[in-house]
Structures are given as structure tokens and as C-alpha cells.
Design a protein around this ligand. Structure first.
Ligand code: NDP
Length: 289
């Protein structure tokens, strides 16, 4: 299977994407606003294009990966004529609403639009650890180009709502950033006691992994069944324990502000009558009326 693919945007990620396509044997045309970034890819066999329109004309499949979707909108609008009749796969990070707006705009110009969310850093592209989420109104176009896209990473189709890939991507990264906040505070706390981070790292890694293994599927079961009563760890006991954390942070001369919202959330869960429920109940308290 050998396809013609164009990559617009050769930052850290776009460069990794183009290199993966080349490695898989695809005819890869590349363009970047700052032309010098095409050099290393040309050395690997890519065809550099002087203009975005020239790059687009080379392939039925156009992958775009810029900093923001505003940048994408600006670029695609300027190249609407060249793009007509082609498929754009936008792997730029963004919101579901941005993806839907781009999809609507593309449909109005005879352009097939697939949105994507990259669950990887550039170094993970084309390794088994990476995958990319895809969504769009035209599932047939995805089926057509899927074998080519598979050169980048494992592919996961998440539905015909163009915003679905961004929703999955943001939800996965939300879980990651919550973990980041916890790990940041944990290293600060253990460090305040003079323990070297490297000594603590194996304990923290295994603990976070074990908690995730139980908590993530456990919460899903409670949410889907609507049964939040727990025999594991009640909101009341968590609410009672949390001041120990905030007090210890303060006594160790650490900031408390990352964890204050958790105290507020637990307090609210008790105020609203959920003392005997487990942590899954907190999910239902995030929704705004
Ligand atoms: P970089 O900063 O390395 O590259 C940004 C790219 O966007 C450059 O090619 C830049 O061109 C181009 N660009 C920015 N503005 C414009 C514009 N107005 N018109 C044309 N081109 C423009 O970022 P990354 O490659 O790391 O990230 C790209 C996207 O991929 C982002 O949305 C990011 O969130 C997403 N992503 C990145 C990951 C990562 O780990 N790096 C992981 C998952 C997703 P120029 O060279 O001329 O400045």
C-alpha cells in the first residue's frame, strides 16, 4: 500500500508525522510556513513544496498539524480552492466546537474533513504505544485513508460527530493533568521531608498505578449503574481526612491551593447528603445546572 500524502505544518509533531509516512513508504509532500523546516524531511525522501497550494495539489489526503485551530482555519480558508475534493485530516489540538466549525466550513467548500486527536508525544509516533483518535461525518473517507493513517499510530475511530475525537482527547488529558497535579504535590511533600525524589519514585509510581487500576473501572461501574453507595471509602471519611493533607502542606511550608478545590468538592458532597457514597458521586457534582 503506497499513497500520496501531504503534511502541512512541520513543528515537532508534524515532522514526526511526515517522517513516519516516509518510513512506511508513502509519497510524502511537505510544507511549512518557515520553509527551512522541510530540510531534514527532504533528506529522508519527502518532496518539499514552496507553497501550501502546491503541497495540497500533490495528494488526495492532506494532514494538517499547526499550533492552534485558529491557525488551521486561517490556512485552510486561504487554500479552499486547492482543497476542494480532497480529504483534510486535522491533527491540531482543539475543542469539540472548533472541530465542528471546521467540519461545517469544509462541507461548505466541498472538502472532506476528519478531525483527530494525537495520544502521543512526537517520540512515540509510529511506535505501539501511540494512538490517534479520529471522528468525522464521512466514515467512508476514514475507511479509505485509514490504512495510510495507520503509518502514524494505531487508529481509533470514535464516531460521526466531528467533535468526538477532541472530546475523547480532552477527557483523556484531563485525567492526565489531574494525575500531574497530584504527583507535583506528592514530590513537593516528600521533598519537604528531605527524601530524595528518586527514592520515592518507585513507591509513587506503583501506588498511582494500583489506585488507577481500581478506581477508573470502579467509578465507571458506579456511574453506569447509578449506585454510588460504597463499601470501599466513603465521602465522609475522605472529607474528614483531607484537612490532614492541607494542614501538613502548610506546616511543611508548601502551598495548599492545588488541593483546596478538592476539599470544597468533598464539603459540598456532604452538604448535599452524599456522605455514605464513594468518590464516583463527585462526578455527578461537576455538572453545572
Ligand atoms: P510546534 O510549536 O513544534 O509547531 C507548530 C507548527 O505550527 C509549526 O510548523 C508552525 O510553523 C505552525 N504554525 C503556527 N502558526 C501558524 C500559522 N498561523 N500558519 C501556518 N503555520 C503555523 O508544535 P507541535 O508540533 O508540538 O504541536 C502541533 C500540534 O500538535 C498542537 O496543536 C499540539 O497541541 C499538538 N500535539 C502536540 C504534541 C506534542 O507532544 N508536541 C502531542 C499531541 C498533540 P512555523 O515553523 O513557521 O512556526
Amino acid at each position: 500500500h503506497r499513497a500520496s500524502v501531504t503534511v502541512l505544518g512541520l513543528g515537532l509533531m508534524g515532522t514526526a508525522l511526515a517522517a513516519a509516512l516516509l518510513k512506511a513508504g508513502h509519497d510524502t509532500t511537505v510544507w511549512n510556513r518557515t520553509a527551512s523546516k522541510t530540510g531534514p524531511l527532504a533528506a529522508q525522501g519527502a518532496t518539499p513544496a514552496d507553497t501550501a497550494a502546491g503541497a495540497i495539489a500533490a495528494s488526495p489526503l492532506v494532514i494538517v498539524c499547526l499550533t492552534t485551530n485558529d491557525n488551521v482555519r486561517g490556512l485552510l480558508e486561504a487554500e479552499a480552492d486547492a482543497l476542494a475534493g480532497r480529504t483534510v485530516v486535522n491533527l491540531t489540538h482543539g475543542t469539540p466546537a472548533q472541530a465542528r466549525e471546521l467540519a461545517d466550513w469544509a462541507a461548505g467548500h466541498g472538502i472532506t474533513y476528519i478531525d483527530g486527536g494525537i495520544m502521543a508525544v512526537p517520540q512515540m509516533i509510529a511506535t505501539p504505544a501511540a494512538y490517534i483518535l479520529y471522528s468525522g461525518t464521512d466514515e467512508d473517507a476514514y475507511e479509505t485513508h485509514g490504512p495510510t493513517l495507520a503509518a502514524l499510530a494505531d487508529t481509533k475511530w470514535v464516531g460521526k460527530d466531528p467533535g468526538a475525537a477532541a472530546l475523547y482527547d480532552l477527557s483523556l488529558l484531563t485525567g492526565m493533568y489531574g494525575m500531574v497535579m497530584g504527583v507535583v504535590q506528592a514530590y513537593a511533600l516528600i521533598g519537604s521531608g528531605g527524601v530524595p525524589a528518586r527514592d520515592f519514585a518507585p513507591l509513587l509510581k506503583d501506588w498511582v498505578n494500583a489506585m488507577t487500576d481500581g478506581l477508573v473501572p470502579g467509578m465507571a461501574e458506579a456511574l453506569d449503574s447509578g449506585q454510588h453507595l460504597t463499601d470501599v471509602s466513603s465521602l465522609a471519611v475522605n472529607q474528614a481526612a483531607l484537612p490532614n493533607f492541607l494542614t501538613a502542606f502548610a506546616q511543611q511550608r508548601l502551598r495548599t491551593d492545588l488541593f483546596e478545590p478538592l476539599q470544597a468538592l468533598l464539603d459540598r458532597s456532604i452538604d448535599e447528603g452524599h456522605a455514605a457514597d464513594g468518590l464516583s458521586r463527585l462526578v455527578t457534582l461537576i455538572k453545572k445546572d
